[in-house]
Design a protein around this ligand. Structure first.
Ligand SMILES: [Zn+2]
Length: 429
């Protein structure tokens, strides 16, 4: 359906701000040309000609942004979850990622990933692919067709990984990357390229310097990993003795915020200096609580980042995280923040469900612009959630039902439909 001016009726909930949910029972949510016009209890006269879809007692929520997910790792999610990061990369990740040089395999695997992402609560995602340009393009074709809005990165790595996955030289990696940029930049409506050095240990200084040049030349955003694991941080110190912190090893090459819109996954063990660099450069932190737990990485001090005004969103980090659910991601963010408060640092209080909801919607959404809210002027990304299968003897408020859905979505919850920028991408039309 091309026309994207309409009204959704139901129980509407979104983040007014980080600490507060706006809840309207039996309200009207107006979309005009893909943009939200706001939520109304009484429908204003000027919108009365628009078609209304009545969703009865269902919950209407903003779409969610997965700020960090690895598409090729979807095939082995839930496996090797008893290993730590560097061992897990060697055992599971690198061998699997090498399979994407075969397009037949990529076709099958990326088809499954895209189908499942489309059915999930995610409306926008920032995605890692592999080093393979052709397979990355194939993934972008599939994501484009899904209607979801995505940034997708062809990965760069020219050192410290198995031969079968190492690009032969910085020059070869840069040349393949520039070819891939030429083939994909501006070619899609929903999907755009993002520069993706895997992380400092697998990228030589020459490669990072060349990626910095490509960034300036094409004005592309950047994604990578930062301070996830203590052994990894020690390794970066050895590889880049000139750097003052891990983040500085990206910043030196113009790949750390400022002019470059940048998202860094994890930031579990960032030093004070690194946190200040993240803040000053406007770098986004993609908090991936399930992955950080599965790979024994630690717990990122998200409360500190929020207090400092750092931009934070949530990521599933499949397959460090085992599933694509952003609801599960929110619940995990709250849970690990409580453990951190209890076990490590009682000065940083735990996250609330309201805050986790904000991070999954507005927090990560802002990487894409005005996204993640139903306030007037935001792009219209919406989910219709049916929680009638989650049975309860009590009568609950809409706010209780939303908070409960965060925890119980996977039990008996059901997404009925989904809109991205005003276009319905899932559910009965
Ligand atoms: Zn990752």
């Amino acid at each position: 359906m091309e026309t994207n001016s309409f009204i959704l009726k139901g129980n509407i909930c979104y983040s007014k701000n980080k600490d507060e949910l706006s809840v309207t029972e039996n309200g009207y949510l107006v979309c005009v040309e893909g943009i939200s016009k706001g939520v109304f209890l009484q429908l204003p006269e000027k919108y009365k000609g628009l078609p209304v879809k009545d969703h009865g007692n269902a919950l209407i929520l903003p779409g969610m942004t997965d700020l960090h997910v690895h598409a090729p790792q979807y095939t082995f999610r839930g496996m090797g979850m008893d290993l730590e990061l560097l061992e897990w990369l060697e055992t599971h990740t690198f061998p699997e990622e090498s399979r994407y040089q075969e397009l037949d395999y990529a076709e099958k695997a990326y088809g499954i990933f895209t189908d499942d992402l489309k059915r999930s609560a995610t409306t926008r995602a920032v995605v890692f692919a592999t080093i393979h340009g052709p397979a990355t393009r194939l993934l972008m074709d599939k994501l484009e067709a899904s209607g979801l809005k995505t940034y997708v990165g062809k990965v760069n790595m020219d050192r410290n990984c198995a031969d079968y996955l190492r690009e032969p030289s910085p020059e070869a990696s840069l040349e393949a990357t520039e070819r891939w940029i030429a083939e994909t930049m501006g070619q899609y409506r929903n999907t755009s390229p993002i520069l993706t050095p895997r992380f400092v240990p697998t990228c030589s200084d020459a490669l990072l310097a060349g990626l910095g040049d490509l960034r300036r030349k094409y004005g592309l955003p950047v994604q990578s990993h930062l301070s996830e694991n203590l052994s990894e941080i020690g390794w970066v110190k050895e590889l880049c003795p000139w750097s003052s912190c891990y983040g500085d090893a990206y910043a030196r090459f113009g790949l750390f915020g400022g002019e470059a819109k940048t998202v860094m996954a994890h930031c579990v063990h960032s030093t004070e200096e690194e946190v200040e660099l993240i803040r000053a450069n406007g770098v986004y932190v993609a908090h991936c609580p399930q992955s950080n737990t599965n790979l024994s990485s630690g717990i990122a001090p998200i409360r500190k980042y929020l207090d400092k005004g750092i931009q934070v969103g949530l990521g599933t980090d499949v397959a460090g995280g085992a599933d694509l659910s952003m609801f599960r991601c929110m619940a995990d963010a709250v849970a690990v923040s409580k453990l951190r408060w209890r076990l490590a640092d009682q000065e940083l209080k735990a996250l609330t469900t309201e805050e986790a909801f904000y991070l999954a919607t507005v927090g990560g959404g802002s990487f894409f612009g005005k996204v993640g809210s139903f306030e007037e002027g935001y792009e219209f990304d919406a989910l219709i959630a049916d929680d009638s299968g989650v049975r309860c003897a009590r009568t609950l408020t809409v706010e209780d039902r939303v908070k409960r859905y965060v925890y119980l979505a996977q039990e008996q919850g059901r997404l009925v439909s989904k809109y991205v920028a005003g276009r319905q991408v899932m559910g009965k039309m």
